[in-house]
Design a binder for this molecule. Structure first.
Ligand SMILES: [Zn+2]
Length: 399
């Protein structure tokens, strides 16, 4: 099914790439093109995510050390004594407590900030409605996983991590396979890219490198996000190239081809499967460590049995601590893959200039901070900063 995707109103004024005649560095040029308000916005966001992660951790720690989790469990047990129901009510109560305490911060990050910078015209009731919907959806998705974890803990004791990690990896695999093919089309409209030299070149290249495609599509990503994006979906005969409308509106044919070359590189270099393999190993290792640390540490909080529901947040705390190592490690691999895809793409397309221009334009379309604080990049970013990518592309051989 093909529906209209309008790109005309997404155009930047003026279209902004890199000026080859300028004496200033690409970084200075991007810095000038992204306005200062947008830069402040891009910097406020990671700060607020760090603040809310620290707060969630501290609140959970406070609930455990103060004995509040035991009080909550006792209160729930006055209503029901059926273990699995106690678990769900307990988690809901803890979630609601932290949720209410975090409300001011969440309002700031996802409501006031968006409004202050003019990126959103949502009303407060609409914002609340969206959050309630999100909360209900995550409850439906998370509750069965929690019940499974608890079941594993009760039946297998300290070996619970084995089936738990297996389940998480299966879920990840399903999400990888199902979301792009079945869920994504429910929310976005696709339109075939108009026939012409570009489409011809894309098809031809795909065949040459042995990744034939069914078509090239433009998708209306701009309805929800300012991010500029492109990807490959499907397999075999239904494989498609998907380009975000914000990209198509602002890029020349050469530059769109560069984006395609980059995505093709991810595909040819099997980055998704490398990433998945690393993630499987990390999941098993992390949950194994959580299981050992959990049993060793519940005594510190005056808790006695690992099966005690009031003790379970201790496992969540350890998960939080270990994610300080696993998340940056996963991001490090992802950033290495981005450089590898740029290298492969430049070599294949032979057009370094188009790559650098795309990156400069993406900085402006996505309102990305072109050079975030190195620590922020190391901890959170799955892509190298745009200034670093441009510098990387420019030192590659070719023109
Ligand atoms: Zn990429």
């Amino acid at each position: 099914m093909e529906q209209a995707v309008s790109v005309a109103n997404l155009r930047l004024t003026p279209p902004y790439g890199l000026d080859p005649t300028a004496t200033s560095s690409p970084h200075q040029q991007i810095q000038r093109s992204v306005d200062s308000r947008a830069k402040r916005y891009a910097r406020a966001n990671p700060f607020l995510s760090i603040a809310s992660a620290v707060l969630v951790f501290s609140l959970t720690l406070l609930l455990v050390t103060s004995g509040a989790t035991t009080i909550i469990e006792d209160a729930v047990r006055r209503v029901t004594d059926y273990g699995y129901l106690v678990l769900l009510l307990f988690v809901a109560s803890v979630w609601m407590t932290t949720g209410v305490l975090l409300l001011p911060l969440q309002l700031t990050s996802s409501y006031f900030l968006e409004h202050a910078y003019g990126f959103s015209n949502q009303t407060i009731p609409a914002w609340i409605g969206e959050r309630v919907k999100g909360l209900m959806l995550s409850t439906v998705l998370v509750a069965p996983v929690l019940l499974f974890f608890y079941y594993a803990l009760r039946t297998l004791g300290n070996l619970w991590w084995l089936p738990a990690a297996t389940l998480l990896c299966v879920i990840q695999l399903l999400v990888m396979r199902i979301v792009p093919t079945f869920i994504f089309p429910l929310f976005y409209k696709f339109k075939s890219l108009e026939e012409g030299d570009l489409k011809q070149a894309v098809r031809q290249t795909a065949v040459t490198v042995g990744v034939p495609i069914e078509g090239v599509y433009v998708v209306n990503l701009s309805k929800n996000t300012k991010k500029a994006n492109a990807t490959f979906t499907g397999r075999g005969g239904s494989r498609r190239v998907i380009l975000g409308d914000t990209l198509v509106a602002n890029l020349t044919d050469d530059e769109i081809f560069a984006v395609f070359a980059h995505e093709l590189a991810h595909y040819k270099l099997k980055h998704m499967w490398v990433g998945f393999t690393v993630s499987v190993a990390a999941t098993f290792l992390t949950l194994f460590l959580v299981a050992q640390l959990y049993v060793a540490s519940i005594g510190w909080f005056g808790l006695t049995s690992p099966e005690q529901i009031a003790a379970l947040p201790v496992a969540a705390l350890w998960l939080g601590v270990l994610s300080l190592v696993t998340t940056p490690f996963g991001n490090f691999i992802s950033r290495a893959q981005e450089h590898a895809a740029d290298r492969w793409g430049v070599k294949m397309s032979g057009n370094k200039k188009a790559f650098a221009n795309v990156l400069a334009k993406v900085a402006r379309i996505s309102i990305a901070d072109p050079l975030p604080h190195p620590l922020v990049e190391f901890l959170f970013h799955r892509h190298p900063s745009l200034s670093k990518r441009i510098a990387f592309v420019q030192q590659l051989p070719g023109s």
